[in-house]
Design a protein around this ligand. Structure first.
Ligand SMILES: CC(C)(COP(=O)(O)OP(=O)(O)OC[C@H]1O[C@@H](n2cnc3c(N)ncnc32)[C@H](O)[C@@H]1OP(=O)(O)O)[C@@H](O)C(=O)NCCC(=O)NCCS
Length: 173
């Protein structure tokens, strides 16, 4: 087997969101808007503007400073944002948080969401001392359910008779 010329996943890194990310984050969100809206809840239209994204970043960073949110971006070798992953609603106690992630359509299928979720698990355990993570996923989102399964999440018991289309997955740390 010849050695592949490129290892795309090795040219990517996960780092914390910063207030210098507004322009690249807006480009990422606009480019993938339809893709995201077909899998997850749509954002307010006002989000898709320089001011909207700046406000969003300030909101996330202020939540980070108070210890309720931990926002990350995945960037490629050209400093283009290709994904996001967040710990949300961090509560201590009961030492739990929600996970969220989104990957650019053209960067999908390379294991990025899996890597991002593994990073969130590590941060949740080591930085925040959490003991449980939760994810909400629409029934139709087979790719996301696969990522969660691969990272050790299981469908919560109350979903045996789901009433809505969002399913709750949990993982003990
Ligand atoms: C869901 C999402 C996060 C997956 O990101 P990704 O980087 O492509 O994920 P990974 O490559 O780590 O793994 C996805 C797996 O699901 C599989 N998959 C994706 N879509 C699938 C589908 N419709 N049916 C079956 N399997 C599917 C992929 O083949 C891959 O499995 P494999 O590695 O065994 O081939 C990405 O598509 C996304 O951001 N979607 C829009 C936003 C969203 O849904 N976020 C999650 C909300 S809970």
């Amino acid at each position: 087997m010849p050695t592949p010329m490129h290892h795309p996943e090795q040219r990517l890194r996960i780092r914390e969101l910063t207030d210098a990310d507004a322009e690249t984050l807006l480009a990422f969100e606009i480019e993938n808007r339809e893709w995201f809206e077909s899998h997850i809840e749509a954002r307010e239209p006002g989000f898709y503007s320089p001011q909207g994204v700046s406000d969003h970043i300030q909101d996330y960073l202020s939540r980070f400073s108070t210890g309720t949110w931990h926002p990350f971006v995945i960037e490629d070798a050209n400093a283009r944002i290709v994904g996001r992953a967040n710990l949300k609603h961090i509560h201590t106690p009961p030492n739990a948080a929600e996970v969220g992630y989104r990957i650019a359509r053209d960067a999908g299928g390379q294991g990025l969401a899996t890597r991002a979720l593994e990073h969130l698990i590590e941060q949740a355990r080591e930085r925040w001392g959490l003991t449980q993570l939760i994810a909400y996923v629409y029934q139709e989102n087979v790719g996301s359910a696969k990522v969660l399964d691969r990272c050790g999440f299981t469908l919560a018991a109350e979903n045996e008779n789901p009433t809505g289309s969002a399913r709750r997955f949990v993982r003990s740390l």
